[in-house]
Design a protein. Structure first.
Length: 256
């Protein structure tokens, strides 16, 4: 976390995060517009933010798109914020909520985290119901795990079947993608999440020495809908819990 605090200490880098907070998926030239900074300086600041995992990038053709990544802020809050006087950490908590509640780009959420594990173990944690229940708030998915296979979502005993819930890509231990569930378990029954079109989520795993870089991209969301609101709050918490589970053996308490 030292890299995160060092990155946030610089006002220029905080300003760049503010810009990505307002609109994700910006190119370098867009981030440079209207700034009293040379392009090279902006590029260096972005490199520091990316190194601290506060910014993640996605290639789109020849363009490099930049997104704000809420995961490190969420990890700080989840692991340590409750150990100290909340009043002394209001500024950090406000930043945490702002990052979690904002769409990184209309219709898309991009999050990246680095986990001390192996690609095989991480892939297993994403697909094996015995593991997902331990870090994903009792959620599990049953599937044959091949492209086109159907998926049954289990929310703590409440199962949701839908013929449109299918595996889109399955390439262990590098990539998995599937359509997203449009129903969520309520207290007594299954609760619909509006009439949103089907969205999709992908997980890309890339080894980085002793770490694995996990990038989650959730596409085809509609800003302002119930699904988009739940996704924006849920993914930072879920990824923090996944990281904790693989590194310590225990997931984190979930609020969403």
């Amino acid at each position: 976390m030292d890299d995160v605090f060092r990155a946030l200490a610089d006002p220029s880098r905080r300003m760049l995060l503010d810009r990505l907070h307002e609109r994700g998926g910006q190119r370098l030239r867009e981030l440079c517009e209207g700034l009293d900074m040379a392009r090279q300086s902006v590029s260096k600041h972005l490199a520091v933010l990316e190194g601290a995992n506060l910014v993640t990038t996605v290639r789109s053709g020849r363009d490099k798109l930049h997104y704000l990544n809420a995961v490190p802020i969420n990890e700080i809050a989840q692991r340590w914020i409750s150990r100290y006087d909340q009043g002394r950490l209001d500024a950090l908590d406000d930043l945490k909520r702002a990052l979690e509640d904002t769409v990184t780009e209309p219709g898309r959420f991009v999050y990246t985290t680095y986990i001390r594990t192996t690609p095989a173990k991480l892939f297993e944690a994403l697909t094996d119901p015995a593991f997902t229940r331990r870090w994903w708030s009792a959620i599990s998915i049953e599937s044959e795990w091949r492209p086109g296979a159907s998926m049954t979502w289990d929310f703590a005993g409440t199962k949701v079947d839908d013929p449109d819930q299918v595996v889109l890509e399955y390439d262990p231990p590098r990539r998995i993608a599937y359509t997203w569930v449009t129903m969520l378990a309520g207290d007594d029954d299954t609760m619909p999440l509006g009439n949103d079109p089907r969205s999709k989520v992908s997980f890309d795993l890339e080894p980085r020495g002793e770490l694995v870089q996990l990038t989650v991209v959730h596409d085809d969301l509609i800003e302002g809908t119930v699904v988009a609101a739940r996704v924006s709050k849920g993914w930072p918490e879920a990824l923090s819990s996944l990281k904790s589970f693989l590194e310590t053996g225990e997931g984190l308490p979930r609020a969403h």
